[in-house]
Design a protein. Structure first.
Length: 215
């Protein structure tokens, strides 16, 4: 009799093969998990979309005295980003004596999310995630900067969409752009200071960049 070749149906799922694949993946995932290198620090803290938490981490990164140990590298990168994005504005130059404060009061009603200043310059960063500007917040901050007679100043409005506020002086910046700015710093640090990437501080910065890129 004529031999009939067995036909195969490509649409039939090979259950045994997929069980082996998923079993191997499970073993690899468990090995990675037990290494302790894959913790989501911001997941533990349940940072969610809480503006004050994002402000606190950003202020920590921008402060040269912070225990991340990288001096003013993140701050200088941010200043360079602003200078490139808004070349028509007055360039800010800060001495090493600059200070970074969060929730800094300017009057009875308003507190500045992040205030950076020294004897020559002042920078205000207003942080928003989901909320919008309250009243004429930014106009109030711009007026406050104008009253700092001997200082050059800038006002940054940090939002998901790059919104414009009540003051024309406010410089719109998106969280995604901020993430890109800091990711470039991390790439430089991998070459200049490779140990930082694997340090606790390095992981915090990397996870923060990942988080704000997708706000």
């Amino acid at each position: 009799s004529e031999n009939k070749s067995e036909s195969t149906d490509d649409s039939v799922i090979n259950i045994s093969m997929w069980q082996e694949v998923f079993s191997g993946f499970s073993r690899l995932f468990q090995k990675a998990l037990t290494s302790g290198d894959y913790v989501d620090l911001f997941g533990i803290d349940e940072i969610g979309r809480k503006e004050m938490r994002y402000s606190a981490v950003l202020a920590w990164m921008l402060d040269k005295s912070s225990d991340h140990g990288q001096g003013r590298i993140f701050f200088d990168a941010f200043l360079q980003y602003l200078d490139k994005k808004y070349p028509a504005t007055e360039r800010l130059c800060f001495t090493d004596s600059y200070t970074v404060r969060t929730e800094a009061p300017v009057d009875i009603k308003n507190r500045i999310d992040i205030l950076i200043e020294d004897r020559t310059a002042v920078l205000i960063i207003e942080v928003k995630v989901d909320a919008h500007e309250h009243g004429n917040q930014l106009s109030s901050y711009a007026a406050w900067i104008e009253r700092q007679a001997v200082k050059r100043g800038a006002l940054v409005y940090l939002t998901r969409q790059g919104l414009r506020g009540s003051s024309e002086a406010a410089l719109p910046v998106t969280w995604s752009d901020l993430s890109g700015c800091f990711v470039r710093v991390l790439k430089k640090l991998r070459k200049a200071n490779a140990s930082f990437s694997s340090s606790v501080s390095g992981k915090i910065v990397q996870q923060y960049c990942n988080r704000i890129a997708d706000l």
